[in-house]
Design a protein around this ligand. Sequence first.
Ligand SMILES: Cc1cc2nc3c(=O)[nH]c(=O)nc-3n(C[C@H](O)[C@H](O)[C@H](O)COP(=O)(O)O)c2cc1C
Length: 184
Amino acid sequence: MAENILIINGAARKNGNTDMIIQKIIESSLNKDAKINLVILRNKKISDCIGCHLCHRKDQCSINDDMIEIFNSINKSDMIIFASPIYWWGVTGIMKIFIDRLYFYHSSNNKSLISGKKAVVVAPMNMKQDNYKTQLFINFYDILFDNLELVKCNTFLFDNVNEKGEILNNPDYIKQAHIFGKSL
Ligand SMILES: Cc1cc2nc3c(=O)[nH]c(=O)nc-3n(C[C@H](O)[C@H](O)[C@H](O)COP(=O)(O)O)c2cc1C
């Protein structure tokens, strides 16, 4: 059976490096049976988690917004690709709001809905990746995945890209996206 792949695009900038590299990944997988669902967070209405803990008392989230539809997509997926540029050595604001709402799955009521799924990190960034701050960024995702029992299977750090679309000037990055896309 084809794998259900959910791509969460947390880029704030339209047609930027994250958008471009995701497009390359998707294009590369076109001949495969994989079902790819791309969710662009900046086009969605997703409110902050308000910490009401309803998800821990019952199996539901108290906020009725676009995240409800995304919860359904997560439940059906086999792999979740977390794509966000690095902002202040973390993810973008909209990606963080999305991640906060994954608290729904931190509840023992709901953990089985996400546990065991594959996770992939895609992160364009301006700086060189060989510094301790990049490790902080990686640690953030590792802790998230540990808590949600997601199985990290790949991390793509596309460093030294800043201008819109600059990522496409790097043949190695295009190759990585192509190989990954083909593997889906
Ligand atoms: C608010 C802001 C914060 C950023 N913080 C970092 C950072 O901490 N480390 C880094 O390497 N790049 C940082 N960058 C650069 C972006 O990661 C880089 O420009 C990336 O290519 C943007 O991806 P996009 O084109 O998909 O928006 C920052 C950019 C912005 C706008």
